[in-house]
Design a protein around this ligand. Structure first.
Ligand code: PMP
Length: 362
């Protein structure tokens, strides 16, 4: 599309062009209903079929069986931060948290606020440059769960191993790397993601969890705070964000048609390698934030020699159709978010721009 830029925003983020075009083509008449997906009832048969397909595709991509269920919730990943301790933790069995970045910290704070949170490990010292290793984890075998943030969107670090939690249920926020690579998802008991990075438009939260964690929730909780409510009513207790779920379904179908998670991983690695390659070959002109073994395939963070140059970089990049490369204010510098939908072509253009920029400004 002639007037679209390469969008490196962290989320909401770029979506696959074929998905956007498909949605555009069927916008006025959803599956022959004569109504837009925005207008149709969530009790309609056309809606039911769409939601069922979306769930089935997600489970198939993740290689999960009947012991897992997919829920569509709202309030973003941030609301899940509160729901997890409310539903699963207690004074006797606290929620355990690995602090690997700001969202991991925010998740912990919700449990701490309720007096039922504890810290397993933290890489805060030194500015969240690495993912805590297995050796650094002090697992409390009495904990209700161990919570990880699998990809740290702001710092650009990502887990490249699945922690051994000594039998304690493993929970993960996968907001920024969900469905980006094959993982043994069956090692996780509870996974959730705000979908606005890899999976669709902001407004729906994806939960994929073992049914045993969803079928029964504490009596005292308000109806909409209980996973049980969503589980028992197939995410249709109240009106779901139908359009957002529809888009997530389309993205899941797109991932399948492109070759699934193995193919996503191959492409994402190639893209990440191209950018980290430029950083590593720059003789210190570009300084990566993440330690090498913790580098994210989704968010590539780096600094330039001065803030002045960083401003120039952002402006010149945009002038070349490369948008959203400014980093998060808490880390500074640059961040290129290269989720599933970002093409190699876009990444290569950014990498070449970086090489040229260094030649001109070093
Ligand atoms: N977790 C991670 C890893 C994120 O990147 C984000 C959003 N940037 C959040 C949680 C918060 O998500 P939401 O905005 O959906 O509440």
């Amino acid at each position: 599309e002639a007037n679209r830029i390469y969008n490196f925003n962290p989320g909401p983020a770029t979506l696959p062009l074929p998905v956007l075009k498909e949605a555009q083509a069927e916008f006025l008449n959803f599956r022959g209903s004569g109504m837009s997906i925005l207008e149709i009832s969530h009790r309609a048969k056309e809606y039911a079929a769409m939601q069922a397909e979306a769930k089935a595709d997600i489970k198939e991509l993740m290689g999960l069986g009947d012991d897992y269920e997919v829920l569509f919730m709202t309030g973003g990943a941030s609301t899940q931060f509160a729901f997890l301790p409310l539903n699963f933790a207690s004074k006797e069995h606290p929620g355990s948290y690995v602090l690997s970045g700001s969202f991991a910290e925010k998740a912990y704070k919700e449990a701490e606020h309720l007096g039922i949170g504890e810290i397993v490990a933290s890489s805060k010292e030194g500015g969240y440059r690495h993912i805590p290793t297995q050796d650094e984890l002090k697992i409390d075998e009495n904990a209700a769960y161990v919570h990880l943030c699998y990809n740290n969107t702001i710092y650009g670090t990502e887990y490249h191993y699945i922690p051994d939690t000594k039998g304690v249920p493993l929970f993960a926020d996968m907001s920024s790397d969900m469905l980006s690579r094959p993982i043994d998802f069956s090692k996780f008991d509870f996974i959730y993601a705000g979908v606005q990075k890899n999976l669709g438009p902001a407004g729906v939260t994806l939960v994929v969890a073992k049914k045993s964690f969803l079928e029964k929730s504490p009596e005292k909780l308000p109806t909409m705070f209980k996973y049980e409510t969503f589980f028992k009513k197939d995410s249709l207790y109240n009106t779901p964000p139908a359009f957002n779920i529809y888009m997530v379904g389309k993205v899941a179908a797109w991932i399948k048609s492109e070759g699934g998670l193995a193919e996503m991983a191959k492409r994402n690695k190639k893209k990440a390698d191209r950018l980290y390659g430029v950083i590593d070959a720059s003789n210190g002109f570009y300084r990566g934030h993440a330690e090498k073994e913790s580098r994210s395939f989704m968010n590539v963070t780096f600094r330039l020699p001065s803030e002045e140059l960083e401003k120039t970089f952002v402006a010149e990049a945009l002038a070349q159709g490369l948008g959203g490369v400014k980093g998060h204010r808490s880390v500074g510098g640059m961040r290129a978010s290269i989720y599933n939908a970002m093409t190699y072509e876009g990444v290569d253009k950014l990498a070449s721009f970086m090489e040229d920029f260094q030649k001109t400004h070093a």
